[in-house]
Ligand binder design. Sequence first.
Ligand code: 6PG
Length: 470
Amino acid sequence: MVEVSYDFGLVGLGVMGRNFILNVADKGFNAFGHDLDETKVKSLIEEGGNVNNVNASSNVTDFVNSLSTPRKIMLLVPAGKIVDSVVESILPHLDSGDILIDGGNSFFTDTDRREEYLKSKEIHFFGTGVSGGAKGARLGPSIMPGGSKEAYKMVQPIFEAVAAKFKGEPCVAYLGPKSAGNYVKMVHNGIEYGLMQLTSEIYDILKKLGGYSNSEIQELFASWNKGRLQSFLVNITADILTKKDEITRADLVDLILDKGKQKGTGKWTSQNAMDLGIPIPSIDIAVTMREISALKKERDTAAEIYSRPNLEQIAKSELAKRAEQSLFFGFIVTYAQGFHQLSEASKEYSYELNLSLIAKIWRAGCIIRASLLEDISSAYEKDSSLSHLLFNDVMAKQIKLTISDVRQTVALGIKNGVPLPGLTNSLTYFDSLTSKRLPMNIIQAQRDYFGSHTYERTDRDGIFHTHWEE
Ligand code: 6PG
């Protein structure tokens, strides 16, 4: 054992954990890793190169004793029961005031429970969202910590050093008490689902109705990525379209099975939005589409039974313009729904979220980074009590310029049987939100008719019930 007191401990030396700890070490902190798997321990020590700077052990006592106090220990292990068992394995070795950071995608109520439990043991617990995948962990992720504000000060220098930088500003900030960090990361992932769904739909319509080849779509996406759609997801989609399969030399994207998988964070976002009563249909449909896509057998059967309309062909330049406008519209609406959910959750769970700050720390490092976040951050900076992003004048101006093309794109999809559910749901959400009168009068009347559920009136205050049947 080397006689060094290490600044930072990390449990779970999988790809994310190993990359994160190497990032910490690169920034000049001495970091110590722990994993029960001896091969992972050895490979970290080899990769770290200098044991005074990066060391590791499969022995929990050695690990904990190597850390300077108050200890700062981050867990990068799969969300769920494993987090509880890792906490239990470390807990007997900790001292009062030590800090445990859960960097996985834990469900926010689990974080609340763990924080309460560990508070009773005088241990600070941070539920911390980390976004950016394996590369982000190594080179600079966006970090979303929540927990005790006081204790955050002790991890702040490390987090600020390792986080991605946007024009020199670190993409990390204390977000709020309890599970605020995990909650914000959950909604980040919901938005991620929505943006991914929209991107895939635009690729699909360009291919089917514009006759675009993969390399032409790649060029288009790459050019959009230089404009207002600049974002990690548009950028990687362009990259993906250039990749050749090593064996067949065909475009790899054409060989990938169209069955979506998911780990659950998008679904949690939708479920919780329903609990809060906040509509986020652009995100809901993205979850649903992963589910529909997974019904591959059923889709094959249905495709045999039902014929599809003949596809019309649209001039490339016309379609490209509409597609860009539509994707931009969809992006704005999806972010708007996510931020709406965050603002409601902030009240419901007393997180006191700063929405402008959240948009700021998403500008680099994370999966949903996009130039649009600069405008979103400014919108909430200008008016921290903005009740909906679409009420901001800059956003409204942008939306107004896109809307006619969005309608054309959705109409084309419907007419030709090309499913554009993310875009269609975003447009329907927009049309409903901007409707002074919705046909909910009929639903209220129906409820009152069959269940005496009562209704309110437009011309008088109060609660009313009618005997509908003679
Ligand atoms: C990130 C990602 C990451 C997430 C993957 C996979 O911010 O780095 O959100 O946390 O795990 O995107 O999510 P699904 O398997 O649910 O698509």
